[in-house]
Design a protein around this ligand. Sequence first.
Ligand code: GAL
Length: 682
Amino acid sequence: MVQQRWIRWPEGARRGTASAGQNGPLGFGGDYNPEQWPPEVWEQDVRLMQEAGVNLVTVGVFSWARIQPDPDTWDFEWLDQVLDLLHAHDIAADLATATASPPAWLTTAHPEMLPVDRSGTVLSQGGRQAWSPSSTVYREHSLHLVERMADRYGNHPALAMWHVSNELGCHNGRCYSELSARGFRRWLQGRYGDLDTLNRAWATDFWSQRYGAWDQIEPPRVAPSFSNPTQQLDFARFSSDALRDQLRAEAAVLRRVTPEVPVTTNFMVMSHFRDVDYATWTGDLDLVSNDHYMMAHDPSAHVELAFCADQTRGLAGGQPWMLMESSTSAVSWQPVNAAKPVDQMRRNSLTQVARGADAVCFFQWRASAAGAEKYHSAMLPHAGTDSELWRGVVGLGADLRRLAEVSGSTVRNRVAMVVDQENEWAAELDAHPSALLSARGTAQAWYRSLWDAGVGVDVVPRGTELAGYRVVLAPMLHLVRDADAAALAAFTRAGGHLVVTYFSGIADEDDHVRLGGYPGAFRDLLGVRVEEFRPLLPGQEVRLEGAGLGAWTGSLWSEPVVANGATVLATYSDGPSAGFAAITRCEQGGGSAWYVSTELDAGGRAAVLDTVLTASGVSAAVTATAGTEVTVRQGEGVEYVFAINHTGAQGTVEAAGTDLLTGRAHPGPVSVPAGGVVVLRR
Ligand code: GAL
């Protein structure tokens, strides 16, 4: 659970925001890399930051080589000057520990600290993050740096929070080096105690894999055939923990030297990153922060963004969190880096606020003139201040000042979706019945249906208390621990409504199949039994028909479901499972447990959700025209209704109140301009 200490706003940074909420002003700013520019530019930077309403910048992320140019030389003067300048201009610093990228002198002296990929290729210096999470040399040098940073800046008036490393695991999330092999063995000894237990958990009697000594065990490097699945899963767990150890070690130094300063590290809750189980990290942080970048080719990128924002809030235990990085326009690492229209930047930024972010920050403040990210957008583009982008950034800063009173308010929904990183790793291991399955993909499809229906959902990690919810979705919860299966059963028996989808309940924590028929852990709860999987070929679709639910199609997967206590709501009318049940419902106490045994099309998902939501008495908190996203943040005695119109036509939201963005009072319903945003206080 997150400890929740918010940004320690210096007095000056609060100034200029008249009616700030509980968490002070909404944060606005970005990564600031002054080391890339001569000092003359810094003066202009801080002046322009003020002009844009920037109140928070992240400094020092990639400045280790500048701060410590050789093992015995420390150069803090430039950073002193930068922090003083920021403070003089009422801009708070989210100060990085600067450990993200070790300098060349360190990797040259200790090449064994470099990360190694699965095929044994050493990843060299010259990019960034060239360190193995299992290197003690890296650990020692990085902690020394953290200590120096904390000693030097712990009392600096600009210091508002610490930023440990940067996107831990971004490029070195899986390291297969010799050092990592040793670390992995130690981790396994901690988990299993003795080799017999490990051999059992890894089922090493299969393919003659039995281990007789710890040092026979390797990371799952490229092998002649599929690597042992439990070994792969444990290596993913170990790798996430190894990065967390770095976070913990840095945070421990910071908390010893500056106990009053909150600590964060920027997560990467984005669909294309999956190397870290963040739910196991939040207890080490004072506040949760996230980086989010959209994939330009995805027409539903704004829904993926909403999902990730809701998931970040779930990691923050429902409390406010901060958006540490996003892009004002194009990024520089996709095949085609499409520019983002300014009004989209505004909508996307305000979606993050609508879903609980109390800070909106970007990578980066000033666009680099050189280096690998010189074509990445920034708040201040190459073109300078005479640009549409700059005017958009200034406009967004003004919007955030007008919204300051929402800070500290929270989002509470009646629908939850349980997601679990460990499950995603397990569900998508190789040598499975279908390589086409995606746990996150199916979760996002169901999320999309709720988004379309305007129903808010809390995307929560496993283990979250479910008692307050009416509906819980468990999409492809393939690997499930006994306790989590029991929690879902208890939720249902207490009157909740649960939707479980295909390939769920199959494996236990060691990735061993739960025997006796699928869906293993959920067989009794769902009142169904399945003898075998019948996955569908790429592009293959099957038809489903049901009395009350309509006719829909399924893809990717089917199962010959036999009801064993459940009511059949739809049946496969063709395909490999023709004649068998496809969708079922089992009454449990006051609640019900639904099973959907295929990747249902959008109409089918909408029909299922409509029935489940109606049965549970849940509807959209506020309705709006299609394509207008609505969320509600709740403060003390006040609600903030965010309506964000993603369409090119004017929309309407069925609510009344004062629009904080314009100051105008509306009796309701309220028009939401094409591509625009309305935030009503009511
Ligand atoms: C993040 C990173 C930033 C910058 C950005 C570009 O992964 O933290 O330093 O590289 O991506 O999109």
